[in-house]
Design a protein around this ligand. Structure first.
Ligand SMILES: [Ca+2]
Ligand SMILES: [Ca+2]
Length: 402
């Protein structure tokens, strides 16, 4: 299928609040959020002290880029993708259970995929390449399993033969416990750093388990590549499952990613007006459901994050919500001024969002309306930025430097 140029967007200048684009539509809250709340709603890790430089530093390199958005193939409810190392391929999961390999020569379907349970928010989930992918094809996958209305996420390792387009040797290494009736907040995003597996496990819309030590719901976990609790994890309680925990107090963290210096960041779908970007540090409690800059959908309040409450505040938060569905930290060459920055696909916000990362600080920088729910953002094999629209017929999109 020939690519078709559909939209040209001008990246904003490096304004702190960033979105200079037109209002997309009355129901889309992202523009207001971007222009109105980025500074005020971004708690600083250094407390109330605000450095006030008197002389602007000279800018050694461009601080923005222009790009156009190119449409590629359509997929059936695409959920996740990853650039497979040593290839020119993207591996793309579809919620219903299919795995596709997409390259310059087109799209192939992979055989041998696991049987998944499709619920409101869950089905086939994430895919990432293992550290040994280039020699043995190891990948890690997540999906939802269930029976009789009760379900939970699982994680497996497997071998992906890209020449044969075949998945084999699927071995389940982790499961979300307990299984829950209902189809929301699995999270089940994966990342690997220093030969350890990090995994987000959502609260399954049960709220309180995020603060409890007898289930792995509402946590970010750190495991060995075989799914065992990693040595040195911060919660070594009597309850074995808590030995998996890296951080607690999470609602629905649909994005986790490491920066070049080894810091782990998450994007978390919060309640009404409480979406977050968090810097994930071992042993910390991120507050859900005791603290949130948003409120419950039934209108009841949740105390905002406040200094001294014992909970780690977000680095960036959104009100109104944008529904961050994915997180990628860019390391490519196509857009050098954005190297090291976080990119977030927004679902209800129908936008691509750039968050400027600088050490441990994060600042909302750009919110580009995309006219569609964005499910996934990833760095492509070419070092560019690629997106997946959400839903039936969701298209693969490429940002091409203009
Ligand atoms: Ca991905
Ligand atoms: Ca609140």
């Amino acid at each position: 299928m020939r690519a078709r140029t559909v939209v040209a967007l001008l990246a904003s200048a490096a304004l702190a609040a960033g979105c200079s684009g037109p209002e997309q539509q009355p129901s889309a809250p992202q523009t207001t959020a971007a222009t109105g709340t980025s500074s005020a709603a971004t708690p600083s890790s250094s407390g109330s002290g605000s450095p006030a430089p008197t002389t602007p530093a000279p800018s050694p390199m461009p601080t923005d880029h222009t790009f156009e958005v190119v449409e590629h193939e359509a997929f059936d409810e695409p959920w996740a993708m990853v650039a497979l190392p040593g290839t020119d391929l993207l591996a793309i999961t579809e919620k219903g259970g299919a795995l596709k390999l997409r390259g310059p020569d087109g799209v192939r379907e992979v055989s041998g995929t696991p049987e998944v349970t499709v619920t409101t928010q869950g089905g086939f989930g994430d895919i990432i390449a293992g550290p040994t992918f280039e020699t043995d094809g190891t990948v890690y996958l997540s999906w939802v399993e269930g029976s009789g209305g009760s379900s939970g996420a699982v994680v497996a390792k497997a071998r992906l033969d890209v020449d044969a387009a075949a998945l084999t040797d699927i071995t389940k290494i982790w499961e979300q416990t307990p299984k829950i009736d209902g189809g929301g907040h699995y999270s089940h995003r994966l990342a690997i750093h220093d030969d350890l597996l990090y995994l987000s496990s959502g609260d399954r819309q049960q709220f309180s388990p995020a603060q409890e030590f007898d289930s792995n719901l509402g946590k970010i976990l750190r495991l060995t590549l075989d799914g065992q609790p990693a040595p040195g994890n911060p919660f070594q309680e009597d309850i074995p499952v808590s030995q998996q925990f890296w951080t607690i107090g999470h609602r629905n963290p649909l994005g986790i990613a490491f920066d070049a210096d080894g810091r782990l960041w998450s994007s978390e779908m919060g309640p009404k007006g409480g979406d977050e970007v968090n810097l994930i540090k071992p042993g910390l409690n991120y507050g859900w459901p005791e603290a949130s800059n948003g409120s419950n959908y039934d209108g009841s309040d949740i105390p905002d994050h406040a200094q001294g409450d014992g909970f780690e505040p977000p680095k960036v938060s959104w009100n109104p919500s944008v529904s961050p569905g994915s997180l990628m930290i860019y390391q490519g060459d196509a857009f050098p001024a954005w190297r090291g920055d976080a990119f977030i696909g927004a679902l209800s916000g129908e936008a691509l969002i750039r968050v400027d990362l600088d050490g441990e600080s994060a600042t909302l920088a750009d919110t580009w309306p995309m006219g569609a729910r964005i499910r996934e953002v990833e760095q492509g094999p070419d070092g560019g930025i690629w997106l997946l629209q959400d839903g039936a017929g969701g298209k693969l999109l490429e940002l091409r430097g203009a």
